[in-house]
Write a protein that binds this ligand. Structure first.
Ligand SMILES: [Zn+2]
Length: 254
């Protein structure tokens, strides 16, 4: 069956002599793995439209019971070459791509996820804060997968959590229960990680704000570090496997 959709290239590998093996996240068909035959030839009909991170118009042949589809035609909508030319942006882009690749298992489509990824790439391209854009992406991504961390009430006793009531060390984030725990309920999950009140507020803010407002946010280095490690461990619990691109990313942040 011939399928036509917008798509974003999230992984790209060489395949045999002249071809490419690609993973796309598409607007209408979710994640699609496909071979582009002859894509590495000098006069490839695909031109540069299959480079990593490219937003493109894609036509592919789908066979229901096959994991690998065949790319038929493609045309660039937005090349995002700025993301391939800068090591930091490249690292963050690979990480987001891998989150989508690992986190989305089946063929379920999500236009919201497509828009989230495309929106994040636009911010990367336009020089927005890479780190906060990534944290925003992680939180929204968890929500779209059905794992939104619940941060307004204690996930055990349902008591409302007012962040200013607590001092550092009193609140925890439980991966398995899916949200914040008040001091009375710590023992409900012994593996819950500490969560400072400012980190809790920032996560709540990121869950409700809009991509375009991210550039106005001022966040201290210490809070950035905390948010990063809290979200990494939360994501790791859900993905069950550490993304390989995380090591690449950490190395390039030095
Ligand atoms: Zn509680």
């Amino acid at each position: 069956m011939i399928r036509e959709t917008e798509a974003i290239v999230i992984t790209s590998h060489n395949w045999r002599e002249t071809s490419k093996l690609l993973t796309f996240y598409t607007r209408y068909f979710g994640k699609v793995k496909a071979i582009a035959k002859g894509a590495r030839r000098n006069k490839s009909p695909f031109g540069s439209s299959l480079e990593l991170f490219t937003h493109l118009h894609l036509i592919f042949y789908e066979r229901e019971n096959r994991d690998l589809q065949i790319v038929s035609q493609s045309a660039t909508e937005e090349p995002f070459q700025e993301m391939r030319e800068d090591l930091k942006r490249l690292s963050y882009g690979c990480y987001l791509g891998e989150l989508v690749d690992k986190g989305v298992r089946g063929k379920e489509e999500s236009q919201d996820l497509f828009k989230l990824l495309l929106g994040a790439f636009h911010l990367f391209k336009n020089g927005y804060d890479l780190e906060l854009t990534t944290r925003f992406f992680e939180l929204r991504f968890l929500e779209l997968l059905g794992y939104k961390p619940h941060l307004h009430r204690c996930v055990s006793c349902q008591r409302k959590i007012v962040d200013s009531f607590y001092s550092p060390g009193q609140l925890r984030l439980s991966h398995s229960l899916g949200g914040s725990l008040c001091p009375n309920c710590h023992l409900k999950d012994r593996e819950a990680t500490p969560l400072s009140p400012p980190a809790l507020s920032l996560m709540r803010y990121l869950q409700n704000t809009d991509l375009s407002k991210l550039n106005r946010l001022k966040v201290s280095l210490q809070l950035r570090q905390e948010l990063k490690s809290v979200l990494y461990s939360y994501l790791l619990f859900r993905l069950e496997k550490r993304p390989k691109s995380l090591d690449f990313l950490e190395k390039n942040l030095q």
